[in-house]
Unconditional design. Structure first.
Length: 160
């Protein structure tokens, strides 16, 4: 009993999958593609509305805190902004994939997305690192100032 070489099995599996994808793409009615596009658009709209509610909550928090709290809120806003950009990028990929005509095009779209996304994630990590260092430095400065005020009060001669 002979076994096929793994690369031949993989090539045959790829051909079969590509053929099935292309058959699906040819037989998918335009109404189904429109439905997918509408669903993606609706999901994006729901996401946008929930994002607006979160923005209102952050605005409220920002007004309630001092400078250290405001820096923390700025960090939270940055995280939300980064998340928003990544989600929108995912929506764009979903729409592009819904219009792919064959497996090769779908694979190219996926590859391009992940190449871009990996670079984007590295830049976003740098943004967050820089901002979190600012937040930490501000918190340390506030704590030091508070400790100094306490020390000054403790060393102040008593009032007579």
């Amino acid at each position: 009993m002979s076994r096929a070489h793994p690369s031949k099995v993989a090539a045959e599996t790829h051909r079969e999958t590509a053929a099935q994808f292309e058959e699906l793409a040819r037989n998918t009615p335009e109404s189904m593609r429109v439905l997918v596009d509408e669903h993606i658009a609706h999901t994006r709209e729901v996401y946008e509305r929930s994002r607006d509610v979160l923005e209102a909550v952050l605005d409220s928090w920002e007004q309630s805190f001092g400078s250290t709290g405001q820096r923390a809120v700025a960090l939270n806003r940055k995280v939300i902004d980064i998340t928003r950009r990544n989600i929108n990028s995912g929506f764009d990929l979903a729409q592009d994939l819904a219009g792919a005509k064959n497996l090769a095009e779908a694979m190219e779209l996926q590859g391009a997305y992940w190449r871009k996304q990996l670079n984007t994630l590295a830049a976003q990590a740098d943004e967050l690192r820089a901002l979190s260092m600012q937040v930490s430095a501000g918190a340390v400065k506030s704590i030091n100032a508070q400790v100094q005020r306490g020390m000054d009060q403790a060393l102040k001669p008593p009032r007579r």
